[in-house]
Design a binder for this molecule. Structure first.
Ligand SMILES: *Cc1c(COP(=O)(O)O)cnc(C)c1O
Length: 406
């Protein structure tokens, strides 16, 4: 009899586009994960900003179980109560007022695909141009890849869907590029996949003013920044502007796959019967879970918690005093720890060795996107484990003869 490891199975059976899986997890509870060997990890990745309430939260479990036992799916020929409740809740927390509308999909990419079609409906033949920011991430489907300003991601899949132009993330670049032939500007308000990179101060306000002046839609991708993560329900709300549309996914479902496009005012009239659809999108099961997750975020005050715990975490990280840490970027519980050396992947591996799950969106950044309900216990434990992980890597650098100084 031959025995195979999970690594063998994964290496043989799973698509190669993700590279080697780092661990096999079998169970989660709150901010903790357990692997197949029974080892416990503190999870500060939360499925990439997805598990807003942590793992196996009773509200999440009960919403799924109850709705699965009641009504899961009927297709979009029909409405369901959870779907209407979630649409109303999303309109309320996004602040659309009565004229807003919600399109449901099953992922971030599907939300952005819908937004791309919204832009085309608005633009028609008169406005063939779509502007998007260099280095922003909007998804991996052909449409959303065309919106994603990362040449290395697009290259193997050329030709792209046409019409998208990439600009620098400055007001000057937008001013230079925009005209009356632009249908929409897509903005990722904090570039998560690029390493938690913030826009220049006042960018969204200027973008609102310029898009309005030229009759273009302002579409904000809140897939990573939404669901309360940055200390507001959505990142655009820090700037006091009203966009034409936002896209949401990740943390909205707390671990259930769901995405949505939320439109404001006149943009809500663009889709008409037959112009878009999805079989699973907005089904009763997914919308019941997302409505319960958002309801718990609201009930437990987790938007404010994200803001407070984010500040606490940043101060604690700087307090570690590691020569590898340059400083923190981001807002609330979307944190990028900038490193002084390109050793982020080594830090992630060291962290895993110490029982901590974090991730490296690039070689100089550690991304922290824990559950929104973390408290003192998790933060204290994180600081110990993260300090140990940084020390493991800086000690190894010194042994290799590299100078490590802040
Ligand atoms: C994750 C992400 C997406 C894509 O979402 P998927 O659910 O992976 O399709 C799009 N935009 C941003 C900003 C994201 O963080």
């Amino acid at each position: 009899m031959t025995t195979t490891t999970w690594q063998d199975d994964a290496g043989r059976d799973l698509v190669r586009s993700f590279g080697d899986r780092m661990a096999l997890f079998t169970r989660g509870e709150g901010a903790y994960l357990w692997d197949g060997a029974g080892r416990r990890y503190l999870d500060f990745l939360a499925g990439i900003a997805v598990n807003s309430l942590g793992h196996a939260h009773p509200v999440f479990v009960e919403a799924i179980s109850k709705q699965a036992a009641t009504l899961s799916h009927v297709s979009n020929y029909f409405a369901t109560e959870p779907q209407l409740a979630l649409a109303a809740r999303l309109k309320r927390i996004a602040g659309t007022g009565p004229t807003g509308r919600v399109y449901f999909g099953n992922s971030g990419a599907e939300a952005n695909e819908a937004a791309f079609k919204l832009a085309r409906l608005h633009g028609g033949a008169e406005r063939p141009r779509i502007l998007s920011l260099k280095d922003a991430f909007h998804g991996r489907t052909m449409g959303t890849l065309a919106l994603t300003g990362k040449p290395w991601m697009q290259e193997p899949f050329q030709p792209m869907v046409g019409g998208v132009e990439f600009i620098d993330s400055t007001v000057e670049a937008l001013e230079a590029a925009i005209d009356d032939r632009v249908a929409a500007l897509f903005v990722e308000p904090i570039k998560g996949e690029a390493g938690v990179v913030e826009l220049p101060e006042g960018y969204l306000g200027a973008a609102r003013e310029l898009t309005e002046r030229h009759g273009a839609l302002l579409i904000i991708d809140e897939i990573q920044t939404g669901a309360g993560r940055t200390g507001e329900w959505f990142a655009f709300q820090h700037e006091g502007i009203t966009p034409d549309a936002i896209t949401v996914a990740k943390g909205i479902g707390g671990g259930f796959p769901i995405g949505a496009l939320i439109t404001f005012d006149a943009a809500s009239d663009l889709f008409y019967p037959g112009t878009h659809g999805s079989t699973f999108g907005g089904n009763a099961l997914g919308t019941a879970v997302a409505d319960a997750v958002l309801g718990e975020i609201e009930r437990a005050g987790l938007v404010a918690n994200a803001e407070e715990r984010g500040a606490q975490l940043r101060a604690a990280i700087e307090g570690i005093g590691s020569p590898l840490v340059e400083g923190c970027r981001g807002k609330g519980l979307l944190i990028g720890v900038g490193l002084t050396h390109p050793v982020a992947k080594a830090v992630v591996a060291a962290a895993q060795g110490h029982g901590l799950v974090v991730n490296a969106p690039n070689d100089e950044t550690i991304r922290l996107v824990p559950a929104l309900n973390i408290g003192d216990v998790e933060i204290d434990e994180f600081v110990d484990l993260f300090a140990a992980s940084l020390a493991t890597v800086s000690d190894a650098l010194v042994l290799d003869g590299n100078e490590v100084s802040a």
